[in-house]
Design a protein around this ligand. Sequence first.
Ligand SMILES: Cc1cc2nc3c(=O)[nH]c(=O)nc-3n(C[C@H](O)[C@H](O)[C@H](O)COP(=O)(O)OP(=O)(O)OC[C@H]3O[C@@H](n4cnc5c(N)ncnc54)[C@H](O)[C@@H]3O)c2cc1C
Length: 447
Amino acid sequence: MATTHKARKLPRDPGPAAWNSILADAPPRAQLNADITCDWLVIGGGFAGLSAARRLAQLRGGDKIVVVDATRIGHGPAGRNSGFMIDLPHELSSDHYTSSLDRDLWQIKLNRQAIDFAKEVAAEFALPEEAVDANGRINGAADDNGLKHNRDYARHLANLGEPFEELDGQQMKAITGSDFYATGLYMPGTVLLQPAQYIRGLADGLSGRVTIFENTPALEMTRQGSDWQVKTPQGTITTPKIILAVNGHAESFGFFQNRLMHVFTYASMTKAMTVDQVKRLGGRSRWGITPSDPMGSTVRRISGEGGDRIVVRNRWSFDPSMEVSEARIARYGRDQDKGFQRRFPMLNDLEMEYRWSGRLCLSYNSAPAFGEVDDGIIAACCQNGLGTAKGTLAGIAAAEMATKANSPLAEELLSAEAPQKLPPKLLSWIGANATIKWREFKGRAEL
Ligand SMILES: Cc1cc2nc3c(=O)[nH]c(=O)nc-3n(C[C@H](O)[C@H](O)[C@H](O)COP(=O)(O)OP(=O)(O)OC[C@H]3O[C@@H](n4cnc5c(N)ncnc54)[C@H](O)[C@@H]3O)c2cc1C
């Protein structure tokens, strides 16, 4: 009997992808409604999928390259994240973001390749400055505990030979307009993305070289001789090679079972500020703050095509069902409101316009789900919460591996451990949510 990998679940994205909603409407791309063939099929149009498609187009210019996404480009997690493309160690599972010295040096080297790729995309496709803004980021600290987190992190950076600058409360206020932050740690290497603008710009830039179908979920992949036939709701695609770039949904196809943790995080974005509100706030027009305690709030001020706004992200939940309710988004939205009010009391007349949540995929040992999972199917999944950089890397590496190009990057990713098996389902659900709650409680000063 022919091997079939069937998608038992399709992505559902809760709430609007605000970063996408604030941009001018993009004309919809076609939905596949025919039986076609191609040389390379990429399933998933996020960071991993579109990076893979660009790399394939560079390596195999004349070949027919197709990307399918279950939703629209910029509507999935790629258009609903906070846009920190981070070069430095940022282990969300650690209390201090760090891992061992060797592993961190390895990750920095790789992350910088992803950042270079994004900068090349911005230059090649003439993206607006805010799409890929090499502005750095600040770990903001609200109190002494936050300061201690930052000092520990700074010591680690010094050992890694990485530059940073310690900021006092006044400097933090000059940047953010807020008195909330007692101190901060500035790190210059992070790039701040307008994630939807970047991902849409990347997709648009590939037109003519790559065919992208939207609202075209891959429902199943069936082996037919040396090809795979991929069924979609209104058509089929026959292809010898597939790059599976669906992050946690790799498990929906039966790959990496009981090895992936499906986690959601939550965010709100304000309305565009008026001239008066901008004046009352003060500070710079663009900045990005990650919390000194990983469980705190990330906060960004953005400006550009979508107006001058503030984005607050906090709260986490572990949801093996890969779905969360609108009620939860509304409930956790109150925590984003609190975080906003504590930081910006001068903007008490500025309301949130959008609230949403989005999926992340983590593994127990922070390992990627990368490599050939069946003959001709290469997975570029499980970005451990940092998909802007790690997804980009996985996509490039998958394209290089699929085309058998010389790929030190693919070798690096293949040399990483595989995602470890999780404890039994109920235990992991109780354990992970209890750990999240406990860590959120400890980090509450940064919420
Ligand atoms: C609120 C929030 C804040 C975040 N902040 C950051 C941050 O600041 N920095 C950072 O690096 N990361 C951040 N992340 C995580 C980041 O968004 C993800 O790690 C990243 O999007 C993963 O990239 P990817 O391409 O692997 O997967 P995705 O972006 O999830 O793309 C996978 C695509 O596959 C499609 N798909 C799934 N199943 C199918 C199917 N059967 N057929 C066809 N298509 C399918 C989906 O529709 C989706 O578009 C955040 C996430 C959230 C939700």
